[in-house]
Write a protein that binds this ligand. Structure first.
Ligand code: ADP
Ligand code: NA
Length: 323
């Protein structure tokens, strides 16, 4: 449980997912509706990221909020098994740990049913013990907009403190839940060193459709390095040096891209911890995500560092050391 010397502090969601598959629109027409599988898995961007970075060999403290219930115990036992520090996970007897029920159609399309009273929606600034920040190198805010109570003001308070401690700040995002706009988070983005939105989300938020314009608009908010995920094409980097695309791994058959973004961030952050250049961090991020998309679930792919290193060796062989 000792958190001293933690490499990364990750703030965000740690919940339980219940995927049901396959479910059709006729689900209410019958009294009983048998499906091929109902499983219970760990979910939430922050715990996914914490899991993968830990497997890649670095020390992670997870900052999240859970209830005092069975789902919360499931979250804690996952952390203990994986080796994620739980010192800063707030357990609040007054809230329910979020359980997202995923209705997955035969064609893979999915709808998530989420508890408005759950920890995902109730997690707030006061749940954080910011004294933790003095011990770590990197702060990762797993997903802007995922926990609606973390608005611009809350993020700015956290990020200011992280900067006072000399930390590197990374952040990802999900689509807004409450129709928030770019203006609502511009101030917070000004503190972010590495921002990992995917193109669709970033395009929606900026109102731009051209890749370069989307990235330029985020860069103009003060993000030091925009690292935009562009699916099977890899990622698009925009920073003071200009713009570049770092291509994805070749010859990958994607069977489940759930959590690909979380794995991408995990690989990138691991690269930063290992002192790699931004381009090499992006290559490592692409390799980590490429392993992930070949397996079901966000944490079903990368089991150990060797999995990503093998993908990296293939990447360097495919593109050459110079890329
Ligand atoms: P998100 O999961 O956040 O929607 P993307 O779909 O852009 O993000 O995927 C994240 C990363 O996963 C990409 O930047 C890329 O590195 C990797 N990736 C996704 N699809 C493929 C693919 N078909 N082949 C190789 N890499 C992929
Ligand atoms: Na994702």
């Amino acid at each position: 449980k000792v958190s001293k010397g933690t490499d990364v502090i990750i703030i965000g969601a740690a919940i339980v997912d219940l995927p049901l598959r396959p479910v059709s629109k006729e689900v209410f027409d019958t009294v009983s509706y048998p499906v091929d599988g109902i499983s219970m898995t760990i979910g939430g961007d922050a715990i996914n990221e914490a899991t993968i970075i830990t497997r890649l060999g670095h020390k992670v403290s997870l900052m999240s909020c859970i209830g005092v219930d069975v789902a919360g115990a499931f979250v804690l036992s996952h952390c203990e098994r994986t080796g994620i520090d739980t010192t800063y996970i707030k357990q609040d007897p007054g809230i329910d740990t979020s359980i997202n029920v995923g209705l997955v159609a035969a064609d893979g399309e999915r709808t998530f049913i989420t508890n408005r009273q759950g920890s995902l929606w109730k997690f707030k600034y006061d749940d954080l013990d910011l004294s933790a920040l003095k011990d770590a190198k990197i702060l990762s805010f797993a997903s802007i907009f995922n926990n609606p109570l973390f608005d611009n003001k809350a993020m700015v308070s956290v990020f200011k403190k992280a900067k006072e401690e000399g930390m590197i700040i990374c952040a990802d995002m999900v689509s807004p839940r409450l129709n928030e706009k770019l203006e609502d988070i511009t101030e917070a983005l000004g503190y972010v060193d590495y921002f990992f939105p995917n193109f669709e989300e970033a395009s929606e938020m900026t109102g731009e459709t051209d890749e370069a314009k989307v990235a330029d608009k985020l860069y103009a908010c003060g993000v030091k390095n925009v690292v935009m995920k562009i699916g099977k094409r890899g990622c698009y980097i925009r920073n003071a040096q200009g713009a570049q695309i770092v291509p994805a791994c070749k010859g990958v058959t994607a069977i489940d891209t759930i959590g690909a973004g979380d794995n991408f961030a995990s690989g990138f952050i691991t690269g930063l911890l290992e002192g790699k250049s931004i381009r090499d961090c992006a290559v490592y991020a692409n390799c980590t995500a490429a392993v992930s998309v070949q397996y079901v679930g966000a944490t079903g792919g990368v089991q150990e560092k060797a999995d990503v290193d093998k993908m990296l060796a293939k990447y360097l062989a495919d593109y050459g050391q110079q890329q």
